[in-house]
Ligand binder design. Structure first.
Ligand SMILES: NC(=O)c1ccc[n+]([C@@H]2O[C@H](COP(=O)([O-])OP(=O)(O)OC[C@H]3O[C@@H](n4cnc5c(N)ncnc54)[C@H](O)[C@@H]3O)[C@@H](O)[C@H]2O)c1
Length: 337
């Protein structure tokens, strides 16, 4: 095999990004099929990428013998059964995060992945492939900050998209399940450890609609890890300046900070507001490179018969931790994980 033939499921906000990468930016991949329950998305795949095999039913797409791998970018509640069906149909699987929406289905998906060691499974924790995050990890592994013992992660969506977040609040599963899974994964990755307990809390000051929907506008969680390290996560939905993703890792010999100012680029504008650096507007722009690099990596794993570094276990653990965090936020107590 010199090219991996991919069928994509879901061409919404993120599916379009992955489809474009597979079709146009990754030389060893080919976008041969698309599946969506929305006709416009299938029309888009045909028009933009010339995809000929179009499906409204995921199981029908899996019957296509010309597909080597599927990219699952559907609504989160669809991931687990689609992973299981694809594995059972003999396809390699790229699934976007989260692995699933509850622990039971995650474990079922893990069983399907474990039952097919001949197939590759990759979970889209793309921040690990962002050049700044992967550089930080390399520096930590080289000992640049000594032994890492504290991770402080911030993830705040832009105020510009708050209306969508408010509409989604009733069904989000709570701010931590909705927003903290990437940071949970990064903490585990940077510290090389798992959290054993969590305390989480939240508040709503600007948009009462979040509290009315049983959610919160801002959440903060603190974790104690099994190796003694500490992690804190601050998630929110109302950054006035843009899309604010920042991570600080403190070690015995130094500190690393990734994107302390979410700069759009290197341009400084001097005007009536002062010396201004514009900020990144959204996740598609911030992680554009990471989405391409992670897909390229998955394709290479398939071609070179290598097990991907992000595993189904990472998906199960991040979900388990996300639920423990949510339980603490809801009950107000410390939760053992
Ligand atoms: N890694 C990241 O940073 C990141 C960012 C955004 C979204 N995501 C994840 O990607 C997934 C998609 O998010 P999105 O924002 O693109 O959502 P979206 O709602 O814009 O798109 C999802 C699409 O999936 C399709 N779909 C739903 N059920 C389907 C089914 N049974 N078969 C075929 N198609 C189906 C729908 O047509 C829908 O348009 C979610 O799981 C989300 O958590 C990850």
């Amino acid at each position: 095999m010199d090219k991996v033939r991919v069928g994509i499921a879901g061409l919404g906000r993120l599916g379009k990004v992955h489809a474009n990468n597979i079709a146009n930016k990754i030389k060893n991949a080919e976008l041969v099929a698309a599946c969506s329950i929305v006709q416009d998305e299938l029309d888009y795949a045909k028009k933009e990428f010339g995809v000929k095999s179009l499906y409204t039913d995921f199981h029908e797409m899996l019957k296509n013998p010309d597909i080597d791998a599927v990219a699952i970018v559907t609504t989160s509640s669809e991931h687990c059964w689609q992973i299981e069906a694809a594995m059972n149909a003999g396809k390699h699987v790229f699934s976007d995060k989260p692995l699933g929406v509850n622990l039971e289905e995650c474990l079922q998906a893990k069983a399907a992945v474990d039952a097919h060691p001949e197939l590759k499974f990759f979970l889209g924790f793309m921040r690990r492939f962002d050049p700044s995050y992967s550089y930080a990890k390399k520096k930590i592994d080289e000992g640049a900050i000594g032994k890492p013992y504290l991770v402080k992660a911030t993830g705040i969506d832009p105020e510009a998209t708050v209306e969508g977040s408010i509409r989604f609040a009733k069904n989000s599963g709570g701010i931590f399940l909705d927003m903290s899974v990437h940071d949970i994964d990064l903490m585990r990755w940077f510290l090389g450890a798992d959290p054993k307990e969590v305390y989480a809390t939240g508040c709503t000051f600007k948009h009462p609609e979040f509290a009315e929907a049983g959610d919160d506008e801002t959440g903060v969680a603190m974790y104690k890890f099994d190796n003694g390290a500490i992690g804190t996560i601050h998630v929110g939905r109302t950054a006035p300046h843009g899309y604010h993703i920042e991570t600080e890792i403190v070690g015995t010999e130094g500190t690393l900070r990734i994107s302390p100012v979410p700069e759009k680029n290197l341009t400084m504008i001097y005007n009536e507001h002062g010396a201004v650096k514009e900020c990144i507007e959204n996740f598609q722009i911030r992680f554009d490179e990471a989405y391409r690099i992670e897909m390229e990596y998955f394709i290479d794993c398939v071609l070179n018969d290598e097990k991907p570094s992000v595993t189904v276990e990472d998906g199960v653990e991040s979900t388990r931790i996300g639920f423990a965090t949510t339980e603490s936020w809801k009950t107000g107590g410390i939760v053992k994980i």
